[in-house]
Design a protein around this ligand. Sequence first.
Ligand code: MLT
Ligand code: ZN
Length: 468
Amino acid sequence: MNDFLNLGAAATLQQSCPDLELSTDPAVLESHGQDWTRFRQPAPVAVAFPGSVDHVCKLVAVAAEASIPLVPSGGRTGLSGGAVAAQGEVVVSFDRLRSILDFDPIDRTVTVEAGVVTAAVQELARQNDLYYPVSFASEGSSQIGGNIATNAGGIRVLKHGLTRDRVVGLKVVTGRGELLDLNRGLVKNASGYDLRHLFIGSEGTLGLIVEATLKLVEQPPPGKVLLLGLESMDALMKVFASLRSALDLSAFEFFTDKALHHVCQANHLPAPFATPCSLYVICEFDCAEEGAEERAMACFESCTGQGWLVDGIISQSDKQIEDLWRYREGISESISHFPPYKNDLSVRISRVPEFLARVDALMNEICPDFEVVWYGHIGDGNLHLNILKPADMDLLEFESRSHGISEKVYALTQEVGGSISAEHGIGLLKQPWLDRVRSEAEIRYMQEIKKVFDPAGIFNPGKLLPRR
Ligand code: MLT
Ligand code: ZN
């Protein structure tokens, strides 16, 4: 077939692309062969660091011809194993593709290479009196290419939508080594299939994202944050409805007393209220017009009067906004050492209380010995269910028990018409359950689409879709 078959993958790539930076250093293989999940040992054979789009095209063409599997890798902050290389793949890192290529104040867009860190886009927007609203705890290290590949969400989806809603242009290298320039920053483009949207959320299975044009929005007016203590999910939904009709909410997040315990312990934070509560909400609202704070206070009093709220704090300064957000933003990190088995569930908002109660009842029945920590973006129906590994349990045994739990939780998710991944992606870890939320026909179409863009099947094999 070709001469490459006699050579190792790294040697093949290096010989065919002499300019390509390629590392086989064990420390680099270890660091770049994994994301934030801890259930698979990294085992890539090499890590490629292309320094240009040309390098990427060449690398892909050679890999396709020699059937070398490629795992695209961004900031490696993923939570579903989408960037894990555990099967002798070559990792393609975007660490060298970090240029901001263009900022256009008329279009209000920024064009960046895939390896640009999310926070750098936010900063560039700020410097130009604009705003990039995609925001989450790992924004200081996650990269734009990875955000697009997983259609990242975060805390502002309620008002500003997902990463998908920001992408107005995308350059990708397909499995045929071809560069596609999709949509070119246009607002309107009724010229057929919008292939850009196929690549958003494709988890690196269709092509390598090398460049993106992102739409920025106006700077939001000054905001205020409320931290609230509650006792029941029903009360929480009533408070949500009430605040939403009175205020311009930009975030509405929840966490439980157990989550609060971990975040306070890890960060030496004081308990927010004298009386402990079972549930907490942190919500932010924009104060564009006069009277928003007064409306918030009136709402707070009315909700307290109805018995829905136990306690609450409203921010009085930017510093306090930052401090209050630490209770929510620090949770993920505070439990990462256990490690947690993560479920990233999504249901229609109206079904949240019923779903959460049913999952809780199930967990009490089947795994009362596990600590379960809930938090998430409840305002958009995204619930993070974290099962913590007991200190004395082996990681493999923990994973296998967690799989058994997932079977049941996902059956319930399917019953209520939800999804097993809201924002973390299917990746490697959720792949066995894709058929819980996608029909056989849908998966077949997805596989056919993959064959079109990646005929040699080199992109992220085994992630999202069943291995061929
Ligand atoms: C979050 O909402 O904090 C992130 O999605 C990370 C996580 O789920 O742990
Ligand atoms: Zn989240």
